[in-house]
Design a protein around this ligand. Structure first.
Ligand SMILES: [Zn+2]
Length: 184
């Protein structure tokens, strides 16, 4: 009767299979031997048209050149393009930060992420929930969203290489520390 071995001497390198989904789940939400390091934030998905071009905001159409930065535009908050935001949980890897403000984020396999969208860090309350009304603290542009797959092809987790944006664009229109008008 033919048998197939469970363990055998291999001449090729076969790294031990670990469940990377479970690993990241533990990092984000905690495990018996691990405190949760995930942080609630927002995923800003740029709205795109049928030909996959970002949808230009009215404020950018109406001025002759760039979006007017001294004018508060509520729909786009100064980006010049329309977007939608979704709640996500991420792990921000500060150890990956470069002097020019590039750094990596790790996000659960089940999210759909793409280049040129944004990760938004928001102010949290004492329980770790987003403060209301929302206060956007930092904005990170996704330079490269990479889905890491195991040998069988399933997505284990996402790693996003990002660029921290200059802070004025985040606080624009929502920060009382500037002289800019607040959103009513
Ligand atoms: Zn606008």
């Amino acid at each position: 009767m033919p048998r197939s071995p469970v363990y055998y001497s291999s001449t090729t390198s076969t790294p031990k299979e670990i469940d990377l989904r479970a690993e990241l789940q533990g990092t984000l939400f905690g495990a018996f031997d691990e405190i949760a390091k995930g942080r609630v934030g927002l995923y800003r998905e740029m709205r795109r048209d049928d030909s996959d071009k970002r949808v230009v905001c009215e404020c950018k159409k109406n001025v002759s050149d760039e979006a007017e930065k001294d004018f508060l535009c509520r729909p786009c908050q100064g980006m010049g393009f329309l977007w939608d935001e979704y709640r996500i949980v991420y792990y921000k890897d500060e150890s990956s930060r470069t002097p020019t403000g590039e750094l990596n984020f790790y996000i659960k396999y089940s999210e759909e992420l793409r280049d040129e969208d944004y990760i938004v860090q928001v102010k949290l309350d004492v329980d770790g929930n987003p403060a209301a009304p929302v206060q956007r603290e930092y904005l990170y542009k996704i330079l490269k969203a990479e889905a890491f797959r195991s040998d069988n092809g399933r997505i284990e987790y996402w790693r996003c290489k990002t660029q921290e944006e200059r802070q004025w664009s985040v606080w624009y229109g929502v920060n009382s520390r500037t002289n800019r008008p607040m959103i009513p």
